[in-house]
Design a protein around this ligand. Structure first.
Ligand code: NZQ
Ligand code: ZN
Length: 382
């Protein structure tokens, strides 16, 4: 096991009716900016529950955070915060609204250089406003981690940053808020959580039997409950299982002391920036091809994954069988597994590989995934 340091200070408040606890969780004298997305929380009653719980606190809404939150929109919220001297942010929505909040709380306290430097990592976050979240989509784990992904459409960028200054103070997880999700968005959440686990589990083999089994527990639960979610979207217990799985898939715990890959995510982000694919759609395309290209390197873990999670037997090529079973699961959840499933032409391959080359990224747990390998992966994914 590798050395590690682990600290996760996020208070999780889980269950039916828990939005009312905002009254307990937000300081009474706070001036709150409620951040929302494109309107889902107005249609499903979540916004009403939030405003009722805020009681007599002073608050304003900033709406219109888009899926794959945009830098320019976030900067408008920063302006409002500075102008009105707002001192607490409440993100109400999916990963995009929560990620936007993380950038906004840092940018609101940032002095000196261009706030975009926060996203590129050129500026260190020294301080940030406090914020909490009400999660409405089980997927990213953003509600319990210190990462954020910000898009900047004007320059075709989608980049991640992380800082422990932007952990939410609390996150409310009420599975009932997710009943209103379109079926495809729910499915995308399951696939995103699945790939988060694999990014931390499917590396070269290392002695970490506890982390392996923690990851396998999450995968087995997603495998069992994911299809049930498609059949019974209003089953509270299934919604609760998926929500808690997605949070734990990326709250840092399963990644302690093990090598982590994240190449699928970094390549997927470029596909989203270039072609507007939903985050999980990009992952379901890239992951199987990446696993095929890196099969020898990841062989031991791929075989373990196949055997322990997917019920693959040892005959033939068990690593390939594990990849095929992964594709079957993604398709069962209704996602495509090839660029062509979304009408993305082969020419896209060079474009995305060139962008990653220009960024100078060397990806994967061993930094072996360079532009040439990205090209190979995307040709295989065509
Ligand atoms: O904008 P609204 O109207 O709220 O609609 C959203 C959006 O259209 C809708 N939605 C959310 N909750 C709903 C709902 N519709 C009906 N009922 C509800 N209860 O769903 C759509 C997608 O929402 P979004 O927040 O964009 O999805 P997700 O949670 O998957 O977040 C995706 C973003 O998170 C980043 C992705 O790259 C992407 O930008 N990620 C963040 C990570 C992190 N912070 O750790 C890790 C992930 O790997 C990921 O990269
Ligand atoms: Zn993801």
């Amino acid at each position: 096991m590798k050395n590690f340091e682990f600290c996760n200070p996020v208070r999780i408040v889980f269950g039916k009716g828990k939005i009312a606890d905002l009254d307990r969780l937000i300081p009474e004298n706070a001036f709150v900016l409620v951040l929302t997305g494109g309107g889902s929380v107005k249609n499903n009653g979540v916004f009403d529950q939030v405003t009722m719980a805020l009681k007599s606190r002073k608050w304003e809404e900033f709406s219109g955070i888009e899926a794959n939150p945009d830098y320019d929109t976030c900067m408008k919220a920063v302006e409002r915060i500075k102008e009105k001297k707002i001192d607490f942010i409440l993100a109400v929505g999916g990963g995009s609204v929560i990620d936007a909040a993380k950038f906004i709380v840092a940018a609101a306290c940032h002095n000196g250089s261009d706030p975009w430097d926060i996203v590129t990592g050129q500026a260190k976050i020294k301080t940030a406003l406090p914020f909490g979240s009400v999660l409405t989509l089980a997927a990213t784990g953003s509600e319990m981690n210190a990462g954020s992904v910000i898009s900047r459409r004007s320059i075709g960028a989608k980049l991640p940053f992380a800082s422990e200054k932007v952990f939410p103070r609390f996150s409310i997880l009420d599975p009932e808020t997710t009943y209103s999700l379109p079926s495809h968005v729910s499915a995308c959440g399951v696939v995103d959580a699945w790939v988060h686990v694999l990014e931390q589990y499917l590396s070269h083999a290392i002695h970490a039997p506890l982390q392996d089994r923690q990851s396998e527990a999450l995968l087995l639960t997603l495998l069992e409950q994911g299809p049930k979610l498609m059949e019974n979207p209003n089953d509270y217990d299934v919604r609760a299982d998926i929500m808690w799985c997605a949070t734990q898939a990326l709250n840092g715990l399963i990644g302690c002391g093990v090598p982590q890959d994240w190449a699928t995510h970094m390549i997927g982000h470029e596909l989203t920036a270039a072609f507007g694919l939903a985050h999980a759609e990009s992952l379901a395309i890239v992951l199987p091809a990446l696993l095929r290209v890196r099969k020898e390197h990841k062989k031991t873990k791929l075989e373990q994954y196949g055997r322990r999670v997917l019920g693959v037997d040892d005959a033939g090529d068990p690593a390939e069988a594990a990849i095929v079973a992964t594709e079957v699961f993604f398709k069962r959840m209704g996602l495509g597994v090839r660029l062509s499933d979304y009408g993305i032409p082969l020419e896209a391959v060079s474009m995305v590989a060139d962008i990653l080359d220009r960024r100078g990224f060397r990806l994967g747990e061993d930094r072996a995934v360079d532009g040439a390998m990205v090209r190979k992966i995307l040709v295989m994914a065509s």
